[in-house]
Write a protein that binds this ligand. Structure first.
Ligand code: HEM
Length: 283
C-alpha cells in the first residue's frame, strides 16, 4: 500500500476528443461565463474577483428562482397544487444556498472593500432586476422600482409586465376562491400593480384552515410553504444587512442610499401578511 502510485487510469471508454463533438465547456458556454469576470481595479486588487463572483453567482441563482417561481405561480393558476409545491421546495433550497453564500463575502474586510469601492462607482445590488422580479413574483409590488431600469427598455418592460401580473400570492388566493373559500372579492379583482393590503376577512379564512389542518391539508401545507419562503427571504435580507454593516458600517451605499438604515427598513416588508397575522389567532 505504501508504494502504491497515487494516480487513476483514465478508462478506455472515456471521451477525450472533442474536435467533432460537444464538450462540457461547449454545452455550458463556459467561454462566455468565465470571461464575464472583468475586474476594474487599477492597480489590480486581489479581492475584486471575490466581489464579482459573489454577485454573479447570486444572479445565476436568482435566475433559477425566477424560473421556478413563475412556474409555481402558473401551476397554481391551473389548480396544480402538488407540482407548485414541488417548485417551492426547490426555491427554498436555492434561498438557503444564497443565504449560506454570505459567509464567503463576509471574509472581505472593510479595508479590502475600501480598495475596490472607488471602482464600483454608482453600481449597486439595488439595481438588480432579477431581485425585483423575485420580489414582484412573491407580491412585493412597487412601481418606483421599475423606474430604475428606464435606461434599459427590454428589462424595464419585462419588469413592468410582472408588476401588472398577479403574484404567486394572488394566484394562491384565486385558487382558494375556486376551492370555495370566502376570499374577499376586492383581493381577487384588483390592480395587481399596487402594493398588497392585508385583509382581516382573509385572516378569518386562514384561521379556519389552521383550525382544521387535516380537513384542508393541501391548502394548509401551501400556507406553511409560503411562510418558509418568506422566512428564508428575510434571512437573506438580514445576512446582507449584517455583511454590509461589518464592511461599510454606517457609510452611504454606492447606489446612493443611507446604507444600513435603508436596508433595515426592508425587514418590515412582508409578502404574505395574513399568513403571519393568523398566527396570533391560533390556539
Ligand atoms: C460588501 C458587499 C456589499 C455591500 C457593502 C452592499 C451594500 C449595499 C447597500 C448599501 C445597499 C443599499 C443601496 C445602496 O445605497 O447601494 C444594497 C442594496 C442591495 N444589495 Fe448589496 N451590498 C453588498 C453585497 C451584495 C451582494 C453580494 C448582493 C447579491 C446580489 C447584493 C444585493 C443587493 C440588493 C438586491 C439590494 C437591494 C435591497 C433592497 O432594495 O432592500 N448586495 N447593498
Amino acid at each position: 500500500m505504501a508504494d502504491r502510485e497515487h494516480r487513476r487510469e483514465i478508462e478506455a471508454g472515456i471521451e477525450q476528443d472533442f474536435s467533432r463533438q460537444m464538450s462540457y465547456a461547449d454545452y455550458l458556454r463556459l467561454d462566455v461565463l468565465l470571461s464575464a469576470q472583468r475586474p476594474l481595479s487599477d492597480p489590480p486588487q486581489h479581492d475584486e474577483l471575490l466581489f464579482i463572483v459573489q454577485h454573479q453567482t447570486s444572479e445565476l441563482w436568482l435566475k433559477l428562482m425566477v424560473h421556478e417561481l413563475r412556474s409555481a405561480r402558473d401551476l397554481l393558476s391551473r389548480d396544480d397544487l402538488a407540482q407548485a409545491l414541488k417548485r417551492l421546495a426547490r426555491v427554498k433550497h436555492i434561498q438557503h444556498t444564497l443565504t449560506d453564500q454570505w459567509a464567503v463575502l463576509a471574509t472581505l474586510t472593510p479595508s479590502e472593500y475600501a480598495e475596490i469601492r472607488p471602482f464600483l462607482a454608482t453600481s449597486s445590488g439595488f439595481q438588480s432586476a432579477q431581485y425585483r422580479e423575485v420580489e414582484f413574483l412573491l407580491g412585493n409590488k412597487d412601481a418606483d422600482m421599475v423606474k430604475v431600469f428606464a435606461h434599459d427598455p427590454a428589462t424595464r418592460d419585462e419588469l413592468d409586465r410582472l408588476l401588472h401580473e398577479p403574484s404567486l400570492y394572488d394566484e394562491f388566493l384565486a385558487y382558494l376562491s375556486r376551492r370555495g373559500f370566502a376570499v374577499p372579492a376586492d383581493r381577487l379583482d384588483r390592480d395587481f400593480s399596487q402594493p398588497y393590503r392585508s385583509s382581516p376577512a382573509l385572516v378569518d379564512v386562514f384561521a379556519g384552515v389552521y383550525a382544521e389542518p387535516t380537513a384542508h391539508w393541501g391548502v394548509y401545507e401551501t400556507c406553511e410553504e409560503l411562510v418558509d419562503v418568506e422566512d428564508n427571504f428575510q434571512e437573506w435580507r438580514f445576512r446582507h444587512l449584517q455583511v454590509v454593516q461589518r464592511t461599510i458600517g454606517h457609510k452611504t451605499g454606492t447606489g446612493g442610499s443611507s446604507g444600513v438604515d435603508f436596508l433595515r427598513r426592508a425587514l418590515d416588508l412582508t409578502f404574505f401578511p395574513e399568513l403571519y397575522e393568523v398566527r396570533t389567532r391560533i390556539g
